[in-house]
Design a protein around this ligand. Structure first.
Ligand code: UDP
Length: 236
């Protein structure tokens, strides 16, 4: 497979065309942003970790029956994935209160929910990714009801898998964000990434944050936290 021209550069990844019209290559950067791009920085080694963790999880999820865009890891930072059109929704699952949930509803972080919650944001930087419900998403034609129901079903399956996998390495999966895409033949697949950039991961005993909140909140030891996740996941 040949890496051709760059198609797109996002906040954390670049996307390149290949000689196969149905395959693109994502290239993970060390660049970090927060608060809709207002805060910028670098997390050294993050691109490698996010690439490897995402691919690791996507392969496991495929085995668990969730279709993904994953095709093949090409290098430490590069992965071939199916070309999709991204459904412009951020799908967020929460098992424990934190972040914008705590802020919005005026509750402390760390409340363990009896059952996971799901919410959607409209992926639109100009509007600041506003919260919306499934009826709004259908009204705006961001997805059909059929697609939304499938996305919800896959998302809860991802939560079941990811939560128990993380528990096995003594991490509480607090919340995470998923994105889905549509392949050229109209199939909904899990896309984007699953990494400490997109998940809140707390040590089960100490409740130490091992995710991007260390960057967002200037807590220090950001690189160490990403490395620690990698070490527990893959012994690296
Ligand atoms: N998240 C993300 N990208 C976003 C917004 C949120 O990956 O643009 C992730 C975030 O890392 C966390 C979860 O989604 O794991 C829930 O985030 P929240 O809504 O609490 O927003 P935040 O506090 O990060 O602004």
């Amino acid at each position: 497979m040949e890496k051709l021209q760059q198609l797109y550069e996002g906040k954390a990844k670049k996307v390149f065309a290949t000689d196969d019209p149905n395959i693109v290559i994502v290239d993970y950067k060390d660049d970090a942003t927060a608060f809709n791009g207002l805060k910028k920085g670098t997390i050294v080694g993050k691109g490698v970790i996010n690439n490897k963790m995402t691919n690791f999880m996507m392969q496991k999820l495929e085995e668990a029956g969730v279709p993904t865009h994953f095709v093949k890891q090409l290098s430490d930072r590069e992965t071939a994935v199916k070309k999709v059109s991204i459904v412009p929704l951020e799908v967020i699952v929460r098992n424990i209160s934190a972040g914008s949930f705590s802020k919005r509803y005026g509750v402390e972080e760390g409340i363990v929910f009896d059952a996971p919650t799901i919410e959607f944001s409209y992926k639109n930087d100009d509007l600041g990714d506003p919260l919306l419900n499934d009826y709004h998403a259908v009204a705006l034609k961001l997805a059909t009801w059929e697609e939304i129901n499938l996305i919800k079903d896959y998302t809860f399956r991802v939560n079941d898998f990811l939560k128990s996998y993380m528990k096995g390495i003594h991490i509480d999966l607090v919340d995470f964000k998923l994105e889905f895409g549509k392949t050229s033949d109209g199939k909904i697949v899990l896309a984007d990434e699953i990494s400490p950039d997109t998940c809140r991961l707390w040590d089960e005993k100490t409740h130490e944050k091992l995710d991007k909140d260390r960057f967002r909140r200037d807590m220090g030891n950001v690189e160490d936290a990403y490395q620690e996740i990698m070490r527990r996941l893959m012994g690296e």
